[in-house]
Design a protein around this ligand. Sequence first.
Ligand SMILES: [Fe+2]
Length: 299
Amino acid sequence: MVEIVETSETDAISIEEFCDEYRAQGLSSASPEGLKECAPLLRRLSNNKRLVVDHIRDALMQPIDARTRSVYSAQAMIMYRQNGIYLRCAVWPGVEGDLYGVSSNRAFTYEFPHDHNFDFLTIGHLGPGYETTCYEYDYDVVDGYVGEQVDLKPLGRFRLNLDETHLYRGHRTIHVQHPPQSTSVSLNLMGTGIISAHTDQYIFDPSMQHISEVATPNGLVHLLAIYTATEHVESSLDMIDTIATNHPNGQVRAAAVRAIQGIACSPDIKESIYLRAMARGNPLVKRAAQTALNSLASQ
Ligand SMILES: [Fe+2]
């Protein structure tokens, strides 16, 4: 089942008090266990029922540039992000409200099975709370390509009830959000561990038990394609080969292997790079290298 962290605190605090207590207690958001220890403090913050509405009012009163920085999607707002503390809120339009009718499911991540490449602790702050269908999987045995079969273990359907706290583990919990009856707000303490730096988030198709999309393609994948579309000279080869060999993200290494196809250099040099990638790459890199070798052989 989804991981519920029990809390019973009844007093209400501000974000400033949250930060002071967080530091005084020596808390850390860098691991799932650390986040669990933060649950009583997050409950006290969430007991402050003016928190989000006052934050929204302040955002609306800011100059346009500042407002845009804190409201980074239709759904989520950064409440605070400094010195290892990252608080976010998420709005969940209810089926009874106008906002739900005019928005797409995708805008509010409804009916959208996904994991996260970070841990987070979430609490029902306002409203009845969304419902969520959860699964578990093992990120470490997944290569990460679209269509790849993944063993999704069903955990059941749950509601993030008002004042209830759930822990979501990065690269493990998959959830499908369903709209609440009326608009609800959750408050999240985001994990600050390093797992998200070079790892991927996926969209799944539970009925097919496979990955249907890579949700957070590394920006370098696109930069490589854009760069080599214009700078396809041999002098770019060393840099791209270094990325193909050393980058910690397999999607990026595979993209670099594909980018080498566009570089103007001898087929022998390309072949040696592809064979090297085949020899020690992960399956994503091997697939890219094999495709490139096939293409080279057919020229
Ligand atoms: Fe999510």
